[in-house]
Design a protein around this ligand. Sequence first.
Ligand code: ZN
Length: 224
Amino acid sequence: MLSNEKYKGDALLQKTYTVDFLTKKRAVNNGEVPMYYVEESHPAIIDKEMHTAVQLEMERRRAFAEKYNISKLDYATVDNPFAGRVICGHCGSAFGRKVWNSTDERLRRVVWRCNKKYEVKGKKSCENKHIDDKVLYHVFVNTFNAMVENKEYFMEKWKEGLKSENVLVRYRARQFIEILKDAEIVEEFDVDMYFRWVEKMTVFDGKKIIVSLLDGTEIEVVVE
Ligand SMILES: [Zn+2]
């Protein structure tokens, strides 16, 4: 029962995400269950904390879906990581995914567009521009690298988080510190990393994107 709860907690707090769930989980847990737990907490307290963190995380997701009028709570997947997480900087609606097909596979494009744009048929109700999904992948890579390059600043910020009263805030801070402390500049998008860090990306006219991390940190990325 307890281990089951912990398993559920790990999954919900996205320590693991990929198809290779069980294998990955073991590997991740070895490295990632913070020393804090090992040294200072009785196992029963770990489960109680994890349980509370999971409740807070579920509440965060519920409030997020309600705020942005997203019908499904978790519909981002490894293949479609931006679903329900791209938000319009003009009107606050969620962006939806559109595939622009072509007989030439090379010209096929995936774009994200404000759901309010053509809410009334033939009539634009939001003027925000669409954004290519390649840009969104890039934006996360840039965001991650910005954190690596400003590691000291971010580490200080999350060290404050470790002192929080809120168990979910402490959990995120620990996880962010664990990942960032040895992280180096990356070139490729990593979907697991993306799920661990990003709550949403708010898009302004395809030029400016504000990336909100799961702890509420906002990082602005300008697309050139
Ligand atoms: Zn909009």
